[in-house]
Design a protein around this ligand. Structure first.
Ligand SMILES: C[S@@+](CC[C@H](N)C(=O)[O-])C[C@H]1O[C@@H](n2cnc3c(N)ncnc32)[C@H](O)[C@@H]1O
Length: 205
């Protein structure tokens, strides 16, 4: 199969409504990530979903009483158009995560099944730390494509997507610590036979 870049493939997925399948498949892990990120008696917070797809996590979070502002960013114009069509009142940017920075720093940055598509995930995690998050802000990511989740290893082939970075959980963890994150936590969400689970990693600035 000829491999194409992630943005091209996910734009096609948006046209084919495959974004709805991602929403369904990722929902359980995302629920746990949000529960964790919002677990303390949370004060009012601001939120960015990095690689937001059709914007479903932004819509979910924006409904919470303590959410002051939620926005999404994704490199696919089709995904962002879809997100804006579903709820034009919410904020979305179409941009490459390798270079985009928010206008205002936020309390929580969330990202589900995105960072391994980037040219340099370590550099983006570093920039989220320095340019996206307020002091004491939290980054939380979920990754299904990683070394210990052997069943994921053929996804680049089966989905025809190039540029997918296969890192170990230890490597992902080290990107956070190198950036300066503290109070780190990590777990495998939904692990079962032949599925190592979503690798969730989180830390505080
Ligand atoms: C597997 S989808 C996940 C979407 C969403 N987080 C969800 O759970 O439904 C990966 C998303 O990352 C976006 N993406 C990939 N590379 C990107 C980049 N360099 N900059 C911004 N977005 C990117 C794609 O357009 C796609 O929407």
């Amino acid at each position: 199969m000829i491999k194409r870049n992630p943005i091209e493939v996910f734009s096609e997925w948006a046209d084919l409504d495959k974004d709805l399948g991602m929403e369904k498949n990722h929902n359980k892990s995302v629920e746990k990530m949000l529960d964790y990120a919002l677990k303390d008696p949370i004060k009012a917070f601001s939120f960015i979903d990095a690689g937001c797809g059709n914007g479903w996590v932004v819509r979910k979070v924006a409904q919470l009483k303590s959410c002051l502002h939620a926005e999404g960013v994704d490199g696919s114009e089709n995904m962002i158009q879809k997100a804006k069509k579903i709820d034009p009142s919410l904020s979305y940017s179409c941009a490459d995560l390798m270079v985009w920075n928010p206008k205002t720093k936020v309390d929580i940055v969330h990202s589900m099944e995105v960072l391994y598509y980037l040219d340099d995930p370590k550099a983006v995690i570093q920039r989220i730390f320095s340019d996206w998050l307020k002091p004491k802000g939290r980054l939380i990511i979920g990754i299904d494509f990683y070394l210990e989740n052997k069943v994921s290893h053929n996804w680049s082939e089966s989905c025809g997507i190039n540029n997918m970075k296969l890192f170990s959980q230890q490597e992902w963890f080290s990107f956070f610590t190198a950036a300066g994150f503290q109070n780190m936590a990590s777990w495998h969400q939904g692990a079962q036979k032949n599925w190592a689970g979503t690798l969730i990693i989180t830390g505080v600035k």
